[in-house]
Design a binder for this molecule. Structure first.
Ligand code: G3H
Ligand code: 13P
Ligand code: ZN
Length: 320
């Protein structure tokens, strides 16, 4: 058993309290490899922002659980070396079973998500409660989910949203003991969130109903990429083909960050930033074959994106 405390990581409890009271959201950025981790840490140290490093089940398969644990420990040391200590959470994104949550907790995760949103309400309560009971023994925080986001999450996909019902949240939070709640209010996973030409809107009215039922309780937004159109254009003008990719307007996320939304998940925008940089370098330099020559610019572009998110969208800059 490796405790996250020995790795220099923190759970999300205090961070969420401060974020809810301070009217900002903590960035939750996914990582699968070294360049992504470097970009996240560099951006968050430079903006003095707390950060949640997210690992999906797919990332764990891709990168290897042992390597990930050492990478997270390395991230803590790297932040110190860069000259400013920031709080770092290592979080399981979309855990689907008690066994996976246990395994992550045993290898140094300080926070886990149990996503029972595809089960019936009662099964979701039962599964989430089991995970909370296990995790809290180790002072690990737990995120649950109510409502279903459209789009694809690992092997699970849904065609349309099932918005979170405000009437259910109080009962869910009380019966499960979760530390934070992910809700479905119109965000979705991936790059194709809204139809082109539409006026993308998240349901801030449902968010405010939910806040009335559980005042001050930490709320999480998944599927919060904005799909920057300049990145889509770079990809498409350098051999890519991403048609009709549209995301959540950043102004709406800025508004949501000022409420009890205290964690915002962004993965797809980072994928677009890296892909745009790699495609551009390779299109302009077809003879290049040193991975550092395209992964380096991809890392720089990712870092710039995250600095922008922290400072202009989530409001987490200076809050570390
Ligand atoms: O919500 C899903 C995250 O973007 C992680 O994606 O399961 O492909 O690693 P992944
Ligand atoms: P995006 O696909 O919008 O980046 O959402 C990521 C996410 O919710 C990870 O859990
Ligand atoms: Zn998600």
């Amino acid at each position: 058993m490796v405790s996250y405390k020995d790795l220099g990581l923190v759970n999300s409890r205090e961070l969420f309290k401060k974020a809810v009271n301070g009217g900002y959201a903590i960035p939750a950025y996914n990582f699968n490899n070294m360049e992504q981790l470097q970009a996240i840490i560099q951006a968050c140290v430079e903006t003095k922002s707390p950060v949640i490093l997210q690992v999906s089940a797919g990332a764990r398969k891709y990168a290897n659980q042992t390597l990930l644990r050492y990478m997270a420990e390395g991230a803590v040391a790297y932040a110190k070396e860069l000259g400013f200590e920031i709080p770092i959470v290592l979080h399981l994104d979309h855990g689907d079973s008690l066994d996976l949550c246990k395994s992550c907790i045993e290898t140094g995760f300080s926070s886990v998500m149990i996503d029972g949103s595809h089960h019936s309400y009662e099964d979701n309560v039962r599964l989430t409660k089991e995970v909370v009971e296990y995790a809290h023994k180790y002072d690990v925080t737990v995120e649950g989910e109510l409502g279903v986001l459209a789009g694809v999450e690992d092997e699970v996909s849904a065609d349309k949203h099932v918005f979170t019902q405000p009437d259910e949240v109080e009962d869910f939070v009380n019966r499960t003991g979760v530390d934070s709640l992910a809700i479905a209010i119109g965000t979705s996973h991936g790059a194709y969130k809204f139809k082109p030409g539409s006026d993308p809107k998240i349901r801030l009215d449902i968010l405010s109903e939910i806040e009335k039922r559980i005042p001050g309780f930490p709320i999480v937004l998944h599927g919060s990429s904005s799909v920057p159109q300049d990145l889509v254009a770079i990809i498409n003008s350098n051999g890519g083909k991403l048609d009709d990719a549209i995301g959540i307007p950043e102004e709406q996320l800025r508004l949501a960050s000022k409420s009890a939304v205290c964690k915002i998940n962004i993965d797809s925008d980072g994928r677009l930033a890296m892909t745009a940089a790699v495609r551009k370098v390779l299109a302009e330099n077809p003879g290049e074959f040193d991975p550092r020559k395209y992964l380096g610019p991809a890392r720089d572009s990712l870092k710039a994106l995250y600095m922008h998110k922290n400072s202009n969208v989530l409001g987490s800059s200076g809050k570390a």
